[in-house]
Design a protein around this ligand. Structure first.
Ligand code: 6MZ
Length: 347
């Protein structure tokens, strides 16, 4: 079996996927047609070609926050949000993903409230869990670029829906443009959500800011996303690196995202090497598969080729990811599924 086929067939766990960054071109075209049929105007038409940020693109991390508006104009109604979610989950399943924690930022649009946004996602995930083999659940996102009071409102909704659907609304996270807003302003909302039983993951160290990275690591989130500027060679310092090594916080690693946003110059100099070498738990993820034109199986292939991981090591990376999922009662069944694959392929 060649590497790409192996990576597609390997049952995989996706823990860092933003819904509105994950839309494929085909999904976006379907949403466009649907909105046009119903006479809803969207601004995406002229900009669809600008949605993808490939490796040769001149745009950087800050620019990439503009492109999400293109997806947002397509997911502004309950119908298109549901379609976008269902189509995206199916694409992850087709790529050999057996479990996904999809994340998204609830927002008011001219056609729905934040509450309706969450309800639409819950309903769609529930349906997907009966119709598809992939197991799906939801992490609610707070955008650090918005007011802390908005974060409070989102935390309230996350807590309310976690109580109603504890097996579906499993976590809360902080994302958005890292050059805007302060982590500390969102701590009360995140802390409240954590006390109500939600797991927490934070975008941490996408840009160099050792003080904020220290605060985030000391918050002891259940996982962190990216974790670029933590090691001293990557814009962190000894103290931030020691904190991560001591706390062993699992890192959601998004290789292609970091390359295409120019946070990292080439795959071979990605901090995966340092994290892996220090035995920090790693979960390979896509981040925004639509924007960065990737897939989870492609991320596994790139990882194998760049860092020389053989099939057995790759499969064990996927197996280990089960330990860090937020739907804790699914750990056993997912481990068994991946172990079956390992045994069948004599890895
Ligand atoms: C930080 C990111 C991100 O929530 O509307 N988002 N935040 N760093 C990244 N690295 C590239 N990629 C995506 O999906 C889009 C939103 O996810 C966050 C941003 O807040 C973006 O607006 P949802 O489904």
């Amino acid at each position: 079996m060649d590497l790409n086929t192996f990576c597609r067939e390997l049952p995989k766990i996706e823990l860092h996927a933003h819904l509105n960054g994950s839309l494929s071109r085909s999904t976006m075209l379907q949403l466009q047609r649907y909105l046009a049929d119903f006479g809803v105007s969207d601004k995406s038409n002229a900009f669809l070609d600008e949605f993808q940020i490939g490796s040769g693109d001149r745009r950087n991390l800050s620019d990439c926050f503009q492109v999400f508006n293109i997806a947002h104009s397509l997911t502004s109604t309950q119908d298109t949000l549901a379609m976008a979610t269902a189509l995206t989950l199916k694409e992850f399943e087709d790529d050999g993903c057996c479990y996904i924690e999809l994340r998204s930022t609830p927002r008011d649009t001219p056609h729905m409230t934040s509450r309706q946004y969450i309800e639409t996602l819950i309903e769609t995930l529930n349906t997907a869990n009966t119709n598809l083999s992939i197991i799906s659940c939801l992490i609610i996102s707070i955008n650090r670029g918005r007011l802390p009071s908005e974060g409070d409102g989102i935390a309230d909704l996350a807590i309310e829906y976690h109580k109603k659907y504890p097996n579906l609304v499993v976590g809360i996270e902080l994302s958005g443009n890292p050059t805007v807003g302060k982590f500390q302003d969102f701590v009360p909302a995140l802390q409240r959500a954590r006390e109500a039983g939600l797991k927490v993951t934070l975008h941490c160290g996408e840009i160099s800011n050792p003080e904020e990275v220290s605060d985030m690591l000391m918050f002891k989130a259940d996982r962190i996303g990216h974790g670029i500027c933590i090691h001293p060679n990557y814009g962190g310092n000894e103290s931030t690196w020691n904190l991560l090594c001591n706390y062993q916080i699992p890192v959601e690693v998004c290789l292609t995202s970091n390359i295409n946003t120019k946070s990292i110059l080439q795959y071979s100099s990605h901090h995966f090497k340092e994290l892996y070498g220090a035995n920090i738990p790693i979960i390979l993820c896509t981040d925004d598969k639509g924007v960065f034109a990737t897939s989870l199986s492609q991320e596994y292939s790139i990882c194998a080729e760049t860092f020389g991981l053989d099939a057995s090591k790759l499969a064990r990376l996927s197996l280990k990811a089960c330990d860090y999922i937020f739907m804790t009662d699914k750990r056993k069944i997912l481990r068994e599924k991946i172990l079956n694959f390992i045994n069948k392929n004599e890895l």
